[in-house]
Design a protein around this ligand. Sequence first.
Ligand SMILES: NC(=O)c1ccc[n+]([C@@H]2O[C@H](COP(=O)([O-])OP(=O)(O)OC[C@H]3O[C@@H](n4cnc5c(N)ncnc54)[C@H](O)[C@@H]3O)[C@@H](O)[C@H]2O)c1
Length: 435
Amino acid sequence: MKKQDTLLNKINDKSAEIAVVGLGYVGLPLAVEFANAGFNVTGIDVSTDKVKKINKGQNYIDDVDDDLLKSLVKSGKLTATSDYSVLKKIDCVSICVPTPLGKTGDPDISYMLSARDAILPYIKPPLLFVLESTTYPGSTNELIVPMMEEKGLKIGEDVFIAFSPERVDPGNPVYQTHNTPKVVGGVTKACTKMASELYGSVIDKIIPVSSCTTAEMTKLLENTFRSINIGLANEIAIMCKYLNADVWEVISAAATKPFGFMPFFPGPGLGGHCIPIDPLYLSWKLKTLDYKARFIELADEVNSSMPEYVIGLISDALNDKAKSIKKSKILLLGMAYKKDIDDLRESPALDVYEYLESRGAKVTYYDPYIPQFKWDNKIVKSKVYNDKLIKSQDCVVVLTAHSNIDYKSIVKNAKLIVDTRNATKGIRNKKIVKL
Ligand SMILES: NC(=O)c1ccc[n+]([C@@H]2O[C@H](COP(=O)([O-])OP(=O)(O)OC[C@H]3O[C@@H](n4cnc5c(N)ncnc54)[C@H](O)[C@@H]3O)[C@@H](O)[C@H]2O)c1
């Protein structure tokens, strides 16, 4: 039997041993999905804390069901380790490690490279190798394929390599790993087929594409589309201020058009591990090819300027009350980068916090999902929410509109509110200053 068929059979009868490298927001839900479908899954993570938690059946990702994780660990379907040598027994491996930006704003692919290098010594053909981490187009062909070939492995025979972007939307109650269509692009047709078979066994719909680069570019188009449209919404919000129009009313009226318009909303800036970062992977790659990705750079400029724009709104609103930012008590409501989740990565609220601190405000925050965060080597803790807290502030700034907050009561008790998310929609009160 051909090596390809041996692996296909193992995938189809679910006897394939699967490893997921990187057990974060993307990797853990994927590992749980595979284990729940009947595969034996080993999660590999450099964080010993995460490994310990999983092996104790303790969940740390909101999108994963606590009881399901516990039962999969108990039944032995899911285990975790920091030891890459388990790869000796693995048939399929998915890489879900971070791909952030470095200090200079260029892609930091070091996590991907270290995962790749840690895997290489343990490859036992046939192996399916899928990269899920978002990266620049060409990465799989440039960073993965040559190293496999140098080891004497034949692509599409000994090792099947594909890129399949993760599209998970943390906190989305409808679309999760299993029902979000999955794009798969392999180095060869056999690679695409192998990866499609594996993912097809746990995900409702697979979209095979002709190459890894197409799959990489698809993911970047999706996130660049969001970044640019949010950038447009942010600039429209600034224009509406000049025109004395309510941007929220403008957008909701435009959204009544049944075709050709999709609403995007302004806010205090972009956050999370995807939208502020991924388009810059694309523009960086194009820079190396002497092409300037103008839309991406402009959207990044507008989106990155929003925290400072919000500071301007706070400053003007306080000024109208004969107050300055300096020494004013300012409470930030919502630090997470989007509503109803506990993710603080790249949150624009951190920039707003920093600007206010540096201008001498007495700044505090309340976020039911973020009990504390580290800032300037200090631990900053969330205030306990009550009416007295709101009444005691010179200004309350809504940065993330979590659903479990009573905005009517905030309007009633606050002296001044700067609302960057339209959380106070439908409430008319002169105390409210909207983005
Ligand atoms: N979070 C999202 O909403 C989302 C959505 C789509 C795509 N993505 C992409 O998926 C990838 C992972 O993102 P995430 O949000 O899950 O990140 P994360 O930080 O939540 O998780 C990554 C995990 O990888 C581990 N890790 C780092 N280096 C490792 C190594 N060498 N070996 C083993 N483990 C290692 C970390 O300890 C961490 O647990 C990124 O490329 C991201 O852009 C994320």
